[in-house]
Design a protein around this ligand. Structure first.
Ligand SMILES: [Mg+2]
Length: 280
């Protein structure tokens, strides 16, 4: 579900991308210095930092779950904000639904179409691939508020419905079951992913490096030669480029992480709220 399946959540893994950019800007054969993955300011006083326990409580309040049961409230500020983004997306897609030719929307899974609030509470915001897989394989995530309506309308308007997720290929069947209605665990009730014109299914999970299609081998050559897997931005934007190469226009891309949305190959982006984690 996150960037590198074999490493688990990579929010703390330095990417070195900024260093690469800097090195190329400086034009020299500069040795790469790995920096922190999240670029932010350095507080000069503890007063500039929200106490971590207080912050967790604020997030619980935002989800309408002050006692941390793992169930967010349908009238919470989280639900209202997510629904507001979904509605904005629906309006945009309706306005562009007359467009001729193949048109598509791209969706991320975690915290864009399925809400992982229950796992954040369970894990106390400490991602662990083993416990997370229990939630994924048990299909335990409810829909993000507002998103099923938006996607259902888009499908009726003729948009291909395509998911691109960092979840590993090994979790594809469980992910499909959680998103749609297979009678196992939670059924979020989304329309099925659209089969693409070349026969591919419309749920793109992240393959093992050895199984990368040619477009990922090309886009992620630097990562592969460094012994890593595609960064989220490269994986997702190269997959969108592949989809557009089949003739689709990706009219909108929905994600909860900026890395879901960067890298082009979409006409418009929509950012779902997620104060729980940051994936570069
Ligand atoms: Mg996500």
């Amino acid at each position: 579900m996150r960037r590198f399946a074999q490493l688990g959540r990579t929010r703390r893994v330095a990417t070195g991308i900024m260093a690469l950019v800097l090195a190329s800007l400086l034009g020299g054969a500069v040795a790469l210095a790995a920096g922190p993955a999240i670029q932010t300011f350095t507080p000069h006083s503890a007063n500039q930092i929200t106490n971590l326990d207080v912050l967790r409580q604020q997030i619980r309040n935002y989800y309408g779950d002050p006692m941390g049961t793992g169930n967010f409230a349908s009238d919470s500020y989280y639900a209202k904000e997510a629904t507001s983004v979904a509605n904005a997306g629906a309006r945009y897609l309706a306005a562009h639904s007359h467009q001729h030719g193949l048109k598509a929307i791209v969706l991320d899974v975690d915290d864009t179409t399925l809400a992982t609030w229950n796992y954040e509470v369970f894990s106390n915001w400490a991602y662990n691939p083993t416990t997370n897989a229990t939630y994924v394989n048990g299909q335990l995530f409810p829909a993000v508020p507002g998103m099923v309506d938006m996607v259902t309308k888009a499908a009726k308007e003729g948009y291909a419905i395509i998911w691109i997720t960092g979840r590993p290929a090994t979790q594809e069947a469980a992910t499909l079951g959680n998103l749609t209605s297979d009678g196992i665990g939670v059924d979020a009730g989304y329309p099925a992913p659209t089969k693409l014109v070349d026969g591919e299914d419309g749920l793109f999970t992240k393959p093992a490096v050895a199984d990368y299609p040619a477009y990922l081998k090309t886009a992620c050559a630097a990562e592969i030669s460094a012994g890593s897997s595609c960064t989220t931005i490269h994986y997702k934007s190269a997959t969108r480029a592949h989809i557009e190469s089949l003739g689709y226009d990706i009219v909108a891309d929905f994600g909860d992480q900026f890395s879901d949305l960067k890298g082009g190959f979409t006409d418009q982006t929509f950012k779902l709220p997620n104060p729980n984690y940051y994936l570069p």
